[in-house]
Design a protein around this ligand. Sequence first.
Ligand SMILES: [Zn+2]
Length: 131
Amino acid sequence: MQDLIESARQAQKLAYAPYSQYFVGAAILTNSGKVFRGSNIENASYGATICAERAAITNMIMGGERDIRALAVVTEDCGFPCGICLQTINEFTSDPNLCEIVVPSKSGFQIRTLQELAPYLWRSELVKKTK
Ligand SMILES: [Zn+2]
């Protein structure tokens, strides 16, 4: 997991956060072993801002992958992903009980499963699909 955190740290250096100065980097490890990174990208409209986690997911999708095994996120205060990002991670993991969210801490890192962080997220099987 230390390698994934380091990858997230590299992504954090690329963050575009001129308004909040809150620089975030994320790195995804897919079940096939590939790593995809993202950083937060702010916008003057605020609403158009995208979190690092969802930027990494966008990169993962464009890389042809759709199954998140673990996601590391690096911030200045060891923050975990926001609710929108947890919901988006949930869309792209085959098992929320195995999907690990990794955040650095003073003693190393913390790991929580997606299920632990957000046990009542919407799953695609709950949504009625139309043809
Ligand atoms: Zn977020």
